[in-house]
Unconditional design. Structure first.
Ligand code: SF4
Length: 361
């Protein structure tokens, strides 16, 4: 069992942070709409005197969450459920919502309309596993929610068992914020389940270098030893990490620990989170800055989910310029110009036969 050690009332919070009366009243109003929970571990990372602390901004409710703007379900997830707990947007992969609870309710969450609000996704676990037996397209499943690590280890083990016994499912990912916000919540039994079904891809959601703690490093090591492959996702957040020094510090630290930065997400158009939105042009400029100095290993894909469920697209500044005959002009991230002789021959099918082979094995 997870030992509860969370802050979930304004009174508890006011023992750790300097809060004005107006802030306390604002938090009380926000928590009527969106849930609030901060693990003690994460709260200890906050600067109690600085309202602009990047850890605090991610965790403490703000009156800005009640301002107009955005849409409740920016990715139109309500329209793509094939069971109450399985979302299928793309043919080959889908999202299995295994828990509606999180260790911390991040203030920028794109599922803040549903997480922590008592959705009983867990009740349709068997229905989803049965559905996956019949779906002959899905080969990759992403466990999400909520946070899958909120599940009792036996329940997580049961889901992994069910997925691994399905011969069509080759890749299983677990998307979690636990290593960052509640590392003590990852128990030996969780690791045992992961070890039994390795390799399991673990995507840890992390947004700031201050979140790369000693405990985070320990959990990364334990997960790796259990056979997990570790990658990360980060949300670009105004006032939290919209700075090249912060992002490069984060990505370099992750790579040092053996975690590959995978995605940097542009904020979804989620209601209640719009105060965190950074302009796309600023995001592009950040990517250019990162590419100037960082190794390719440290660079995640900057991406955006198009509002309305249209899907995910990569965002990349273009480095290609004009073409003169076969000569293509390019600029490097620092803006220096060069050329490439683009005179390769046309691609064509060589009839090797690979496209006709069975690729499911
Ligand atoms: S842990 Fe994930 S699902 Fe839960 S509130 Fe944070 S971002 Fe949302």
């Amino acid at each position: 069992m997870i030992t509860p050690s969370f802050i979930s009332t304004v009174q508890e919070l006011s023992h750790r942070l300097l809060l004005q009366e107006s802030e306390k009243r604002a938090i009380e109003r926000v928590v009527q709409v969106y849930p609030f929970r901060i693990p003690e571990f994460y709260a200890a990372l906050m600067n109690p005197e600085n309202p602009a602390c990047p850890i605090r901004l991610q965790a403490v409710p703000s009156a800005q969450e009640l301002k107009a703007g955005g849409v409740p379900d920016p990715l139109d997830e309500a329209g793509i459920g094939v069971t109450p707990s399985f979302l299928k947007r793309y043919p080959g992969r889908g999202v299995f919502l295994v828990s509606s609870e999180c260790a911390m309710y991040c203030r920028f969450c794109n599922r803040k309309r549903v997480v922590g609000k008592g959705h009983a996704w867990e009740e349709s676990t068997e229905e989803t596993l049965r559905y996956l037996e019949k779906d002959d397209e899905i080969s990759e499943v992403i466990l999400s929610g909520g946070d899958p690590m909120m599940l009792a280890p036996a329940h997580l083990a049961h889901i992994l068992e069910g997925l691994r016994s399905n011969k069509r499912i080759h890749v299983v990912r677990i998307s979690t914020r636990f290593p960052v916000v509640f590392p003590e919540g990852i128990q030996d039994e969780h690791l045992k389940a992961i070890r039994k079904h390795a390799p399991i891809w673990v995507i840890t959601h992390i947004n700031h270098p201050k979140e790369v703690t000693g405990r985070f490093a320990d959990v990364v090591r334990m997960l790796r030893e259990a056979g997990a492959v570790l990658i990360s996702q980060t949300v670009l957040l105004r006032g939290v990490n919209d700075c090249p020094h912060i992002l490069s510090g984060l990505f370099e630290r992750l790579v040092r620990l053996g975690v590959k930065p995978y995605y940097l997400f542009q904020l979804d158009d989620a209601q209640g989170a719009q105060h965190f939105k950074v302009r796309l042009s600023a995001g592009m400029a950040l990517m250019r800055e990162l590419r100037k100095g960082l190794s390719g290993l440290c660079i995640p894909q900057y991406a955006l989910d198009i509002t309305g469920g249209v899907g995910k697209v990569p965002l990349e500044p273009t480095y290609m310029g004009k073409r003169k005959g076969n000569s293509l002009v390019l600029r490097n991230p620092a803006g220096e110009r060069g050329a490439y002789r683009d005179d390769g021959r046309k691609s064509r099918c060589h009839d090797c036969g690979f496209c006709r082979e069975d690729k499911t094995g």
